[in-house]
Design a binder for this molecule. Structure first.
Ligand code: PAF
Length: 289
């Protein structure tokens, strides 16, 4: 679909955003939504590109959500560059950029918590207790504020995507979720805002993550046991980099339950810690079932 509205409006309050959206809706325009935490890269821009193709208006939010960071995690250090983000969003064809303050999103601390189900007990949910509670809280708020027809999420955060799809289904939320493939550097490293925190040496080593996952995908197809696959992937990463393993896990996708012969798709996912940053990546492998 052609994007009929092209000039970028930047708004900081819910009221201003909703006023703009009411006007667009009265004109019968559809709304695509790209939620982000900013420090934009080509992964975010590919979400915008897809949103532009399918909607008249593209809303992007930039909000580093404190509720999804645990104590000792990188909330303060999370990279931020609002001016660069606004320029990239304009060039990418975002129609409305919503950049709320913390007070705008959370006028009062505490309040209601949303507890995700068993999908959140695995992978990053196991390493980052409470992380997905915070993701669901902000995502629900953003869905209610924007009321998008379609919302765009990257498969790099495949667990987040799976949990949000369950949330949409379980709570009959109106927006339709669109899955967008991971965008990679030429050497295979998944694009991430956090890559900026890698040292030069770590940046050279980091593509080993995707190479190890590819190796693991081959072993899945060969039919090796889950334990052997996870072990070989972990070994390939630690042998060829200074990264340490947070987890390597093979599960049914999107259920995130134990993979077995009936699984239609499986995810081989890992989190690797370098000196100042923790990177995640995954590969989703279709099975004959
Ligand atoms: O994927 C992210 O950047 C964040 O988790 C999201 C969905 C914007 C919620 O803060």
């Amino acid at each position: 679909m052609a994007n009929e509205v092209t000039a970028l409006s930047i708004v900081h309050t819910i009221q201003d955003l909703q006023q703009l959206l009411t006007e667009r809706r009265q004109q019968g325009l559809s709304v695509g939504f790209v939620p982000t935490m900013g420090f934009l890269h080509e992964g975010h821009l590919s979400l915008v590109e897809q949103a532009r193709q399918q909607n008249d208006v593209v809303v992007m939010s930039i909000f580093v959500n404190p509720a999804q960071f645990g104590p000792g995690e990188d909330f303060e250090a999370y990279p931020r560059d609002i001016e660069r983000d606004a320029r990239l969003a304009t060039e990418a064809g975002v129609t409305i950029l919503f950049m709320p303050t913390r007070e705008e999103m959370y006028p009062q601390e505490g309040g209601i918590r949303i507890l995700p189900g068993p999908q959140a007990a695995e992978l990053c949910g196991a390493s980052r207790p409470g992380h997905f509670d915070g993701v669901l809280k902000v995502v629900l708020k953003l869905f209610n504020i924007v009321d998008p027809d379609r919302s765009y999420f990257g498969l790099k955060d495949a667990q987040q995507l799976a949990i949000i799809e369950t949330f949409i289904r379980d709570f009959n939320l109106r927006t339709k979720i669109v899955r967008v493939p991971t965008v990679r550097e030429q050497d295979g490293l998944a694009k991430s805002s956090r890559n900026v925190h890698l040292t030069e040496a770590e940046r050279k080593e980091a593509p080993v993550i995707q190479q190890a996952l590819q190796l693991g995908a081959g072993l899945v197809v060969e039919g090796l046991s889950v334990n052997d696959i996870e072990q070989q992937v972990a070994d390939a990463i630690v042998t060829n980099s200074s990264g340490s393993i947070d987890y390597v896990s093979l599960l049914a996708y999107p259920e995130l339950t134990q993979a077995d012969a009936t699984s239609k798709e499986v995810i081989l996912a890992c989190a690797v810690k370098f000196s100042k940053t923790r990177l995640i990546d995954n590969i989703i492998i279709p099975l004959k079932g």
